[in-house]
Design a protein around this ligand. Structure first.
Ligand code: ZN
Length: 456
């Protein structure tokens, strides 16, 4: 690492002229500000033992408490390490839980506080850690695996909410998106079976997880985030009373204390989320390997990546030329029109108007279609649908929604499901009808129309 970061020492201290994306040349002092790693590596980088915090001096048995602790200091740590190297005996070395890394790579980097560089990790600390390894396990031991499964199965279907029709105990590999889909319904799932205090614990942790994923923060959102952590610590004793846990001395739960400070110093936590490098591992390593002939693959993978990049640059250039814009940057601000996606082949062909009325309960189908066609065609003469016409019908439709004004995330595809019931066929069980409720903003932005098919 010290070899890799060697150029930063001189450039950080004396600056370097660099060409920026906007075409200007600037004098830049590059410094190491954030270090993204998993917990064992964070501890190695910060030269402390794994039963201690890489950011603060919390004692090894106090990590379950919400208490302000002194930050680790680079000068102090380097001094203690030097003393330990000389004398072999140092009380401070033991008290601070340091390990014998005598030449940490960051010791000569200018303006770098390595302990402040340790970033939150949404994927491993929140989704996989706090939610999956802790909250879900606590609730499972309170309710039993079977009850959790039954409750996941009984959840109401709704667009954009995943329905776990087999529950969660059969899931062998949990991905980041699975965690997020479970979190969306988890508090509702606990309601009515666990005590109010456990519900407050679950809600406080999930609130924290949601706030931590915001892409924009204000003092208000950071305050709310800290409040939800406080609420968790106020009510967590209920889990000890219920004999679910004996203590909360867990590194991942302690790490939540440093989120607000990190966000204030380095920006929102999604900017250094390990989900991105894990995703890129698929694009840059797995797919590149698949494209090779599996012999001497490193060289082939590098060449494949180079070509992918060239294709990407060229197509971005062609898109820009086609659009006739003066600058490729200007395109980023334009909002793409809403679009939809359906299956390539409609699952129900040539369905009569009568069946659309009876099976889908769409009584106004023909007048609504007439209205739609005439509003789209302007003055042109269009063929008007009549009662004896037949139509191809799809089971689901995906609509792209714009970016969220709260989290800044998006755009994303939302699934709208409309399928009639299917009777028993041989050994196949019957499938109940499934009609989603849709809230629709009219074009003039004045009305919200709610489409609720009866029978849901
Ligand atoms: Zn700490």
């Amino acid at each position: 690492m010290s070899l890799v970061l060697q150029p930063l020492i001189d450039a950080g201290r004396h600056s370097k002229e660099m060409g920026c994306a906007d075409g200007y040349l600037r004098r830049v002092h590059p410094i190491l500000a954030a270090y993204i790693a998993d917990f064992p590596k964070q501890c190695l980088v910060a030269c402390n033992k794994e039963n201690r915090c890489p950011r603060c001096l919390v004692e090894s048995d106090k990590r379950g408490d919400l208490e302000e602790c002194a930050w680790r200091s680079t000068t102090d740590t380097l001094k203690t390490l030097r003393r330990k190297q000389r004398n072999k005996q140092s009380r401070k070395f033991d008290i601070q839980g340091l390990r014998a890394v005598y030449k940490p790579f960051w010791k000569d980097l200018p303006f770098t506080d390595i302990f402040a560089c340790i970033t939150p990790d949404i994927l491993h600390q929140l989704h996989k850690g706090v939610f999956h390894d802790h909250l879900v396990q606590w609730c499972t031991s309170l309710m039993g695996e079977k009850e959790i499964d039954v409750r996941f199965q009984a959840m109401t279907r709704f667009p954009a909410l995943r329905h776990f029709k087999k529950g969660i105990s059969t899931i062998s590999q949990w991905t980041g998106s699975e965690h997020k889909e479970m979190q969306q319904v988890f508090v509702g799932l606990l309601s009515g079976i666990v005590s109010n205090d456990v519900l407050i614990v679950a809600r406080a942790l999930l609130d924290f997880i949601y706030y931590a994923q915001f892409q924009k923060h204000t003092d208000v959102t950071l305050g709310a985030m800290q409040d939800s952590l406080k609420t968790f610590h106020e009510y967590k004793h209920v889990l000890i009373e219920l004999e679910v846990r004996q203590d909360f001395n867990v590194p991942k739960l302690h790490s939540l204390q440093h989120y607000v400070a990190s966000i204030r110093a380095l920006g929102s936590a999604d900017g250094y989320n390990t989900e991105y490098p894990e995703r890129l591992h698929i694009d840059y390593a797995k797919e590149a390997y698949q494209a090779s002939n599996k012999h001497d693959y490193v060289e082939q993978m590098a060449l494949w990546l180079q070509r992918q990049e060239a294709v990407c640059y060229k197509s971005a250039y062609l898109d820009w030329r086609k659009a006739g814009k003066c600058s490729p940057l200007a395109e980023r601000d334009t909002v793409s029109p809403a679009y939809y996606k359906v299956a390539k082949v409609p699952p129900h062909r040539q369905v009569s108007v009568d069946r659309i009325r009876s099976d889908y309960n769409a009584q106004d189908f023909v007048p609504a279609l007439k209205h739609f066609l005439s509003s789209r065609s302007g003055r042109q003469q269009v063929i008007q649908p009549i009662e004896s016409d037949q139509f191809d019908v799809y089971n689901q439709l995906y609509i792209e929604t714009g970016p969220s004004s709260i989290t800044g995330r998006g755009p994303c595809l939302q699934k709208i499901h409309a399928s009639p019931k299917v009777a028993v066929r041989g050994c196949k069980a019957k499938i109940p009808s499934h009609f989603d409720t849709v809230f629709m903003l009219e074009e003039d932005h004045q009305h919200i129309r709610v489409l609720v098919p009866s029978g849901t």
